[in-house]
Design a protein around this ligand. Structure first.
Ligand SMILES: [Zn+2]
Length: 181
């Protein structure tokens, strides 16, 4: 496993549409592992392959266990070729992106989603999510289409500059609050 460099705006690779993986082989599994390690180191709760310059439809997520009481929190979620098959409701909440450092925005997203894809072993999986996990899944799938959360803001007043990590009293609390992905 290796920590990869996370690309930031305005890197053009963040704007390209990623290709589906043909099958989840050892190479894709190694990519999953590198992405998880990179995401943990950042730290973040989600990462998409284009954020490390790999143009494949691969995402990883891991939410803190206490988040939403969802059974999928507190463990890594690996998805290749994720597809949003259903979305319900809408909610404007705060999110941040590891590729847009120094800012957070208030973004309207569906509150409940169903996502299908392939897991780390290449098996078809279907994930039903709400709350922060639903938001993170939508954010990561957007990355695969070259879309950043800043594209989805309803106005410039929805974007806020944040203070640097080292100036904050608790980076862990700040990380959870900001939910960078
Ligand atoms: Zn992001």
């Amino acid at each position: 496993m290796a920590i990869r460099k996370i690309l930031t705006v305005p890197d053009p690779r963040l704007r390209q549409k990623a290709r589906p993986v043909k099958r989840v082989d050892k190479r894709v599994q190694a990519l999953f592992d590198d992405m998880l390690e990179t995401m943990h180191a950042a730290p973040g709760i989600g990462l998409a392959a284009p954020q490390i310059g790999v143009g494949l439809r691969v995402i990883v997520l891991e939410l803190p266990e206490e988040e939403d009481g969802n059974p999928l929190t507190g463990q890594p979620i690996f998805l290749a070729n994720p597809e949003l098959v259903s979305a319900r409701g809408s909610e404007e909440e705060q999110e941040g992106c590891l590729s847009v450092p120094g800012f957070v925005g208030y973004v309207e997203r569906a509150t409940e989603v169903i996502v299908q894809g392939l897991d780390r072993r290449g098996r078809k999986v279907r994930i039903e999510a709400n709350g922060l996990l639903a938001r993170a899944l939508q954010h990561e799938i957007d990355h695969l289409d070259g879309v950043l959360y800043v594209d989805r803001l309803s106005g410039p007043d929805k974007l806020f500059r944040i203070v640097k990590e080292e100036e904050e009293t608790s980076s862990e609390a700040a990380h959870k609050e900001r939910a960078e992905m």
